[in-house]
Design a protein around this ligand. Structure first.
Ligand code: R5P
Length: 300
């Protein structure tokens, strides 16, 4: 096998490489003066099973394009199989039409990856089940839920609830609640048309005098999370912890969390968090072992 990394998350790729005891393949990622991306593989990949690690974090479109071009190079170089390991798959939040003339960008990205030449996708907490069905090649959708449960070991089960910050997150919340053996509370969130900001309009369940653990797949602007934390504390939760798989942390989300009523913020390294965006409540759990175990199974 050969393992390669794009430029989006070299720390995670290094860790996966170390766990697999495989070096990262040599590749030059080039940028031409007009902004186009070039890829020069410096390893033979003929008849190899190639794994390429790339999150589609900011700059999203560049990282996505870089991944597509790398896959094209592997295919044209005669790789036996190509597995894209994409912990954060951009555009997966647009998995359906909310209006008759909407695009389904998540499906378009799936088409692009398949056209480029992937034989398999390893993803992490895909935003919606529908996204898996956008691919005709096999998709392994890993989950960070067990890592969160591990990080939360020792909680008082009697006085803890897991909270879904919206209806779409209920299934994910149930999984964590099952691992922690605690009840689920569900919030109903609305997002005014095309607005990045959200409002909580109702809550199913009781949080008074409880530790509330919000679980979600993504934090982008932070609006969903901060609204949820405020409602939970207003309704009597004595502590709010959060578990978020993909820390996009767009705009001033980090500063907002720092000043928020959130007590602990557990996330993963699916997207690297630069030093300037880090805050006191932050705890990062690595998905490197989760991914390397899956790759090991595939190459065994
Ligand atoms: C939405 O359905 C997702 O699961 C997240 O709740 C959402 O993407 C978070 O976005 P933001 O941080 O901008 O509210």
């Amino acid at each position: 096998m050969k393992l390669f990394s794009g430029s989006s998350n070299p720390q995670l790729a290094e860790q996966i490489a170390q766990e697999l005891q495989q070096p990262l393949g040599a590749v030059k990622l080039l940028r031409f003066s007009d902004g186009e991306i070039g890829v020069a593989l410096e390893e033979p990949i003929l008849r190899r099973d190639v794994f390429v690690i790339q999150s589609c974090s900011v700059p999203t479109n560049d990282h996505l394009m870089e991944l597509l071009i790398m896959i094209d190079a592997f295919r044209r170089g005669g790789a036996r199989s190509i597995t894209a390991v994409v912990p954060w798959l951009a555009y997966s939040r647009k998995e359906k039409k909310d209006n008759p003339q909407d695009p389904i960008s998540g499906k378009l990205v799936a088409n692009l990856l398949e056209t480029a030449g992937i034989d398999r996708l390893i993803a992490l907490d895909l935003h919606a089940d529908a996204v898996e069905g956008f691919f005709d090649v096999p998709v392994i959708n890993l989950s960070a839920v067990s890592l969160f449960a591990e990080a939360l070991q020792g909680i008082d089960h009697e006085n803890t609830v897991v909270v879904a910050p919206d209806m779409g997150g209920a299934k994910r919340a149930r999984r964590l609640a099952k691992e922690l053996e605690v009840p689920v509370v569900i919030l109903e969130k609305i997002r005014p048309h095309n607005s990045p900001h959200t409002e909580v309009v109702s809550m199913i369940g009781d949080v008074s005098d409880k530790r509330a653990i919000i679980v979600d797949d993504i934090i982008s602007t932070g609006s969903t999370l901060i609204n949820a934390a405020n409602i939970l504390k207003d309704r009597g939760a004595n502590r709010v912890d959060v578990c978020i798989t993909h820390p996009i942390l767009a705009e001033d989300a980090s500063a907002m969390i720092k000043q928020s009523r959130i007590d602990r913020f557990i996330t993963t390294d699916s997207i690297p968090i630069p030093e300037v965006k880090r805050f006191d409540q932050l705890q990062i759990v690595s998905v490197a072992s989760l991914i390397s175990r899956e790759i090991s199974k595939l190459i065994a």
